[in-house]
Design a protein around this ligand. Sequence first.
Ligand code: NAG
Ligand code: NAG
Ligand code: NAG
Ligand code: NAG
Length: 334
Amino acid sequence: MSSFFFNFFIFFLGIIELGNAKFHFKGQKKYPTVYVDPSGHGKFVTIQSAIDSIPQNNQYWICIIIKPGQYREQVKIPREKPYIYLKGDKNGEVIVTWDAHGSIDTDATFTTEANNTIVESITFINSYNYPPKRNKHPRVVAVAVVISGDKCVFYKCKFLGFQDTLWDVQGRHYFKFCTIEGAVDFIFGNGKSIYENCTISVNAGALNGLIGYITAHGRENVNDTSGFVFKNCNVIGNGQIFLGRPWRQYARVLFYDSSMSNVITPQGWDVGVFGGKEKQLTFAEERCKGMGSNTSKRVLWKAILSKHELQHLISLSFIDNEGWIVKQPLNVLK
Ligand SMILES: *[C@@H]1O[C@H](CO)[C@@H](O)[C@H](O)[C@H]1NC(C)=O
Ligand SMILES: *[C@@H]1O[C@H](CO)[C@@H](O)[C@H](O)[C@H]1NC(C)=O
Ligand SMILES: *[C@@H]1O[C@H](CO)[C@@H](O)[C@H](O)[C@H]1NC(C)=O
Ligand SMILES: *[C@@H]1O[C@H](CO)[C@@H](O)[C@H](O)[C@H]1NC(C)=O
């Protein structure tokens, strides 16, 4: 409790310093913090009740620190609650599990619709088909995380599922040191995202011989600026998988400077239902290494990027040409 009030004190000092303007605090300490602790020592026993306590149209960063443990709850940050920084306590793993399935819209374990969401050190699982080994349920859509706000950062998080694990719906997102696991379309949506130093963990071995898909990007229009960029990532796991298939007809995905184990099927990419529209797809690989990165048997229509387009996609300005990331309280670029 005392640290709660201490942080509020610092928070009000911050307001006095900066007047009434909308602002972002820099640094680690200058925002109010509330605690989630199922044993009752914090103010809240569930993550959702802490989120519910934050006023709508919140304009200041507020940190929710979550004690290590297993949380069985469905968690949602609605679009009227920006500037929430959800943080797993350093002393152990915070695991949030739910098992709703069948719909991408309502069933995710964790959803954020809000702009300026930060999530650090939290594992999200959709357990309906996970872990897939010895799982008795039929394989269905079972989303772990949905991100539809703009300017969201995920740091040291895990997203675990089997089919449709992570719906990166839309907006600019930065993922660093995260693990995303699944077998079928497990990173999908129309997000404009950089995944940096992430582990892409393939569990397609449980597909009984079928080949899975890592990505299903949803770029719809030639003028749409979205795309998934995987930079310095590590693709590992079991079974066989394509790097991606299009969800929409202008899908754009780049694997850059990444390492790929032999889980990647030699053709690399699948055209899905867009046969004849291969030229509209931008599926590219540059500077990758590892057994799975051998492009000698790749589909002939995989994209060759111009130097300019490659630079555009791999630089941070692809998602952040206005400096929003360094304005957030977590310094992920250090
Ligand atoms: C979130 O950000 C987007 C893009 O910057 C903006 O269009 C939208 O109005 C914002 N949403 C809210 C609820 O402020
Ligand atoms: C894309 O942008 C160009 C140039 O602004 C415009 O002429 C074209 O109609 C746009 N295409 C679509 C499908 O929106
Ligand atoms: C990110 O990944 C690259 C390539 O695997 C590696 O060289 C680099 O050290 C990593 N960065 C950090 C901070 O771990
Ligand atoms: C890539 O695969 C081809 C055919 O399977 C093989 O001949 C070639 O040596 C491989 N290249 C590398 C760099 O391993």
